[in-house]
Design a protein. Structure first.
Ligand code: 5GP
Length: 112
C-alpha cells in the first residue's frame, strides 16, 4: 500500500518541506496540533517502530537527530516534544513510520 508519505517523498502530492536528505524528509503537518508541528519521515518504508529491524537502528537515530536540529532551527529553545505513535491504540493513522516534532506552546502531560 502506498501511503500519503510515500506520495510526498515521490513528489506525487505537495507538502511544505522543511528538510530533506538521503535518509529522511521533514514536512509541516497538515493538521498542526501546536504552533509548530513537523513530521520527520524515513525514506525507507518502515511501517512502524514495532516493526523496525535491528538494521534500522541508524535510521531511527537519524530521525531523532534531525528532529533536534529542526527544533533548534525553529527557535524551540524553550522546549519541544517528540512523539511516535505506534499502532491503533497508540494513535497511528499512517502506516509509514514518522516522528512528530511539536512546539511553540506549553504542552500538557499526560497526552490524551
Ligand atoms: P499519526 O496519527 O499516524 O501519528 O500521524 C499522521 C500525521 O500525518 C497526522 O498528524 C496528520 O495530520 C498528518 N498527515 C496526514 N496526511 C497528511 C498530508 O497529506 N500531508 C501532511 N503534511 N500531513 C499529513
Amino acid at each position: 500500500m502506498t501511503t500519503v508519505f510515500q506520495k510526498i517523498i515521490n513528489r506525487e502530492i505537495p507538502a511544505e518541506i522543511l528538510f530533506e536528505d538521503d535518509i529522511c524528509i521533514s514536512i509541516k503537518d497538515i493538521e498542526p496540533q501546536a504552533p509548530f508541528h513537523a513530521l520527520i519521515i524515513p525514506k525507507k518504508v518502515i511501517t512502524r517502530v514495532g516493526e523496525a529491524d535491528n538494521e534500522d537502528e541508524p535510521i531511527l537515530g537519524h530521525l531523532l537527530i534531525t528532529a533536534k536540529k529542526i527544533a533548534l532551527e525553529q527557535g524551540l529553545e524553550q522546549g519541544f516534544r517528540i512523539v511516535i505513535n505506534n499502532g491503533s491504540d497508540g494513535g497511528e493513522t499512517v502506516p509509514h513510520l514518522h516522528v512528530h516534532l511539536l512546539g511553540g506552546r506549553r504542552l500538557t502531560w499526560p497526552p490524551g
